[in-house]
Design a protein. Structure first.
Length: 176
């Protein structure tokens, strides 16, 4: 069992292609590629920490269909475009999640500004996509932030171990 992390798929959201300069011509192409990339390495036994914004403009049937197509057991952190009541009733959602990984504790949330005041360690987040690269790069060691918005991870989920390594070294590392 491996553990992965990602954020901000925005399935079915046509405007996100232009807003984030995603390399897709249509929402069908984007949806297909993002789900293919998700399922490329993730098996049904893996855990995926999804940090919000799955597909706000879809109906409940479409959202359920997408969730059924995605491999892994999803720990779902709510994004600002998510409406938990619209998802399947067996999907547990969180405002934030504290992840224990070895000697590290990481706070997972959609918006970094939503981290609880008591938290004074690394925050893994999405929400800001690739739109504010100075404030929200992939790794910001000064602010102890990691932005896992899908645009910053080459449109693939990342292994949690890899994100931990980036936190340890304070930078984006080439995966081996």
């Amino acid at each position: 069992m491996a553990r992965y992390i990602t954020s901000d798929l925005h399935l079915g959201h046509e405007n996100i292609i232009e807003y984030c300069d995603r390399p897709f011509d249509t929402i069908e192409e984007m949806n297909h590629e993002l789900m293919r990339n998700w399922n490329h390495d993730i098996s049904d036994n893996d855990v995926v920490f999804f940090l919000g914004d799955l597909g706000a403009f879809a109906d409940e049937d479409q959202l359920s269909a997408w969730l059924n197509e995605l491999n892994g057991r999803i720990v779902f952190i709510e994004g600002n475009h998510d409406y938990p009541g619209r998802y399947t009733s067996d999907l547990n959602t969180h405002q934030y999640y504290i992840l224990d990984q070895g000697d590290r504790k990481l706070l997972l949330t959609h918006k970094p500004e939503n981290a609880p005041r008591f938290w004074d360690d690394w925050v893994i987040h999405g929400h800001h996509h690739n739109n504010h690269p100075r404030e929200y790069p992939f790794v910001n060691p000064d602010r102890q932030l990691v932005n896992v918005s899908i645009e910053l991870t080459d449109y693939y989920p990342l292994k949690v171990d890899y994100v931990i390594d980036c936190v340890e070294y304070g930078e984006w590392m080439a995966e081996s």
